[in-house]
Write a protein that binds this ligand. Structure first.
Ligand code: DGJ
Length: 749
């Protein structure tokens, strides 16, 4: 899979779908040569043209060779302010204030499998599943060394990259930028795709023309954030869901990040991604190293779905760990939108009783069970049960669920502290805060200083104690504000630029210790919904609450956008009440149900208040979900239509079970339209020669205003060959109603 040709200096990382080629030029410079569809052998057809480019500098050794400049050559890990004016991969400030370094090629190593990264989440692989190349670079003046790692997966069009930078000089230096990767493309004929949003509106797709100059998507919030996701793709302008080339990038990092694209003077494109260099300053004493997070580079010649398939595989089989990597996820009911802070043992017991009757499998007690918390003003940090609310303690609620055969789950927000808490009163300096300035509040709370060992130990012990003393099967781990004033009372001045990064590393340590101590517990991460939905967090917690917005229409785009990188099994998705608590919209129960079935299915409303008719429909939903759950959670997922394209009014998602024997098709039409065309859905990835029988069919519910013609088409039991479903398509029955949702389940015969 990885070859090196001593004569030409070419490294070729290759599998059946993809090639990634680099070259050591003049024995010194590591250049990028090609990334794309697999090629047999790279023979330099795209040879460099020796052109004298004015204002592009020459390295000292080549003063008279005016056609040789690193400023116009594609590089793998470019430096700042020396031989190249484009966006750098890293920046340093040496002891005397110099910012110049020149990393030159020293050697390489090829290893089977994939090494782990100390203290960081990273994809794992067996020896036969991947191969890793480590390229060693050393600064010309002996100040800095770098190890660039490249792992290619045997079966996936993905390269995982990271960089480790070491101070090899005799004096301390400051690292003021350290990207996980840099990469140059030959041209700029691309669209730039990123995921943007806000609280309750996460991960909509932004697709714009790649522009000259620098474009950036980034976070400065101490978390990967609702606002921008640590993802970028460059797609050819004609690339769609199922065809065309796309290059995708995703970071295994839950903190601040930056993805920059720079289209420079000669029309080439550089991409640089990693920890956001703004405000980052890592102090390296001699011999100390800094390890960057991992980045995944996925190539697809089969459109955005091809890229998503590659990312989904890495997430499902190389990032998510533990029992719940393969176990089916339970159907839950969460009391948040049902009761908010206003609950007691009796209400929880009633929810448990109703949940059991409906077929729900897990009861989750959300915020408000600890300290004296009855609103969001107090008690974060005081992880002791509020016995005046829960007379029988957590044990009582857990037992009421367990005795009915339900699992029991609990909410925490361990990284935070309220000023009104015993923890803050005892340790005010444990909160991140700038000396001499007042606190900055968000949801009335402060962020704990996870750069400090004693704070991390407190968190591990306070959460573990609750988990040890109570029968808890599931934890929802929340994070409800972003970081400001990142000053740690314990670190010296020269290390304050490390705090934002150390916070995330501290979180990873805490999560590793807790999740490894409680391997039976299912952890779901949350950050005011999906404010920290990234591959780093999924290494510890296999599912994430996708958004605080439970409105089914919003969820179509939130879940479609999230699926660009993450598989449905990582997305919490719940049916909530109408009018919806975030938007006031009234959608059909069928739409809310089918939309939530795309992810880890659950309910988040007062299930004790259902009418008889709703109760019957919910029971049917749960029965259907149980039948299709393995396909939805373990199968492959394809976007047939998304709310980001076309009329933006329709969404279609398809799931194919692991063995291909079952196919689930979901279609949503948000608003009814006059003179609407007949919608044909063309399925994908079926066996063209096999017959598929429709074993379940749920059309949208007709209303009295429906002018759609005859009553529901009777297509249950009908059989079609795969080729017909893929090439000719399936008609969607026209039903005139807003919020129309349809489901077909096919079995391969
Ligand atoms: C934000 C979460 O996203 C909600 O689901 C809920 O857990 C609240 N926090 C509780 O404060």
């Amino acid at each position: 899979m990885i070859t090196f040709d001593e004569k030409t200096g070419l490294f070729h990382l290759k599998n059946s779908s993809m090639s990634y080629v680099m070259q050591v030029v003049r024995g010194k410079y590591l250049l990028h040569r090609y990334w794309g569809k697999a090629i047999r052998e790279f023979r330099d057809g795209r040879a460099f043209q020796p052109i004298d480019r004015a204002f592009s500098p020459q390295p000292g050794d080549y003063e008279n060779e005016r056609t040789f400049s690193l400023d116009v050559l594609p590089q793998e890990y470019p430096a700042y302010g020396h031989l190249d004016y484009r966006t750098p991969a890293y920046e340093v400030r040496l002891a005397d204030g110099t910012t110049t370094t020149e990393l030159r090629y020293e050697g390489y190593e090829i290893k089977k499998g994939k090494p782990s990264l100390a203290g960081l989440p990273a994809a794992y692989a067996e020896d036969h599943e991947a191969e890793t190349l480590v390229i060693k670079l050393k600064d010309l003046a002996g100040k800095l060394a770098a190890e660039l790692s490249y792992t290619i997966f045997a079966e996936l069009p993905v390269v995982a990259r990271n960089a480790k930078l070491t101070n090899i000089g005799g004096e301390a230096l400051e690292l003021t930028g350290a990207a996980s990767f840099a990469l140059d493309f030959f041209d700029h004929d691309f669209d730039r795709l990123s995921l943007y949003g806000g609280h309750a509106a996460e991960r909509s797709l932004e697709r714009v023309r790649l522009m000259r100059g620098i474009q950036e998507n980034s976070s400065r919030r101490g978390a990967s954030s609702h606002q921008q996701s640590p993802f970028l793709a460059l797609a050819r302008t004609d690339t769609g869901e199922n065809s065309g080339e796309v290059y995708g990038f995703s970071l295994v990092w839950s903190g601040e990040f930056s993805f920059k694209t720079e289209v420079e003077q000669f029309g080439t494109t550089r991409v640089v991604g990693g920890i956001n260099p703004q405000g980052f300053c890592w102090h390296l004493e001699p011999k100390e190293s800094f390890q960057t997070p991992e980045a995944w580079l996925a190539y697809s010649s089969e459109g955005l779905n091809g890229m998503s398939q590659a990312f989904h595989e890495v997430v499902r089989h190389h990032i998510v760990r533990g029992k719940y990597r393969d176990a089916l996820r339970p159907i839950l009911v969460n009391n948040w939108e049902a009761t908010y802070f206003d609950f007691d043992d009796e209400k929880m017991d009633h929810l448990a009783e109703t949940a059991k009757d409906l077929g729900i499998e897990l009861l989750v007690l959300d915020d408000g069970w600890f300290g004296k918390r009855s609103d969001d003003n107090s008690s974060l940090g005081d992880w002791q049960v509020n016995m005046s609310k829960l007379k029988n303690g957590l044990k009582g609620v857990a037992e009421s669920a367990h005795k009915r055969g339900l699992k029991f789950g609990l909410w925490f927000e361990p990284e935070m502290v309220s000023v009104d808490s015993d923890l803050y009163r005892a340790h005010p300096d444990w909160a991140l805060q700038a000396p001499d300035y007042p606190h900055t509040f968000s949801r009335h709370q402060l962020v704990l200083d996870l750069a400090r060992q004693e704070v991390r130990d407190y968190l591990v012990e306070s959460v573990s104690k609750i988990l040890r003393e109570n029968p808890i099967d599931y934890v929802k781990w929340d994070f409800n504000r972003h970081i400001t004033d990142a000053f740690s009372a314990e670190l010296p001045a020269e290390r304050q630029g490390e705090v934002r990064t150390r916070f995330v590393l501290g979180l990873y340590e805490v999560l590793e210790r807790i999740t490894q101590s409680f391997p039976e517990v299912l952890f779901e991460s949350c950050s005011g919904g999906g404010g920290r939905f990234d591959a780093g967090i999924l290494y510890y917690m296999p599912q994430t609450w996708t958004s605080d917005d439970t409105d089914a229409v919003q969820r179509l785009s939130i879940q479609s956008g999230t699926s660009l990188v993450f598989p449905p099994i990582t997305m919490g998705a719940h049916v909530s009440v109408v009018p919806n608590h975030q938007l006031g919209r009234v959608t059909s129960l069928q739409m809310r149900g089918l939309c939530a079935m795309m992810g880890d299915f659950g309910y988040e409303l007062d299930i004790t208040k259902f009418t008889e008719e709703e109760r019957r429909e919910v029971k049917e939903q749960i029965e259907l979900y149980k039948k299709i759950r393995p396909t939805m959670q373990r199968g492959s997922f394809y976007r047939l239509m998304t709310p980001f394209a076309g009329t933006k009014n329709e969404t279609a998602w398809q799931f194919v079970s692991q063995d291909g024997s079952r196919v689930v098709l979901l279609y949503f039409k948000t608003l009814a339209e006059p003179a609407a065309p007949i919608r044909l859905l063309k399925l994908t990835e079926l066996d063209p020669e096999a017959e598929y029988e429709i074993i379940e069919y749920l059309p949208a519910k007709r209303t009295s205003m429906d002018f759609g013609g005859e009553p529901a088409m009777d297509i249950k039991g009908k059989r079609f060959y795969g080729d017909e479903l893929m090439y000719s398509g399936l008609t969607v029955e026209k039903i005139d109603t807003d919020f129309a949702a349809y489901c077909w389940v096919f079995d391969k015969k």
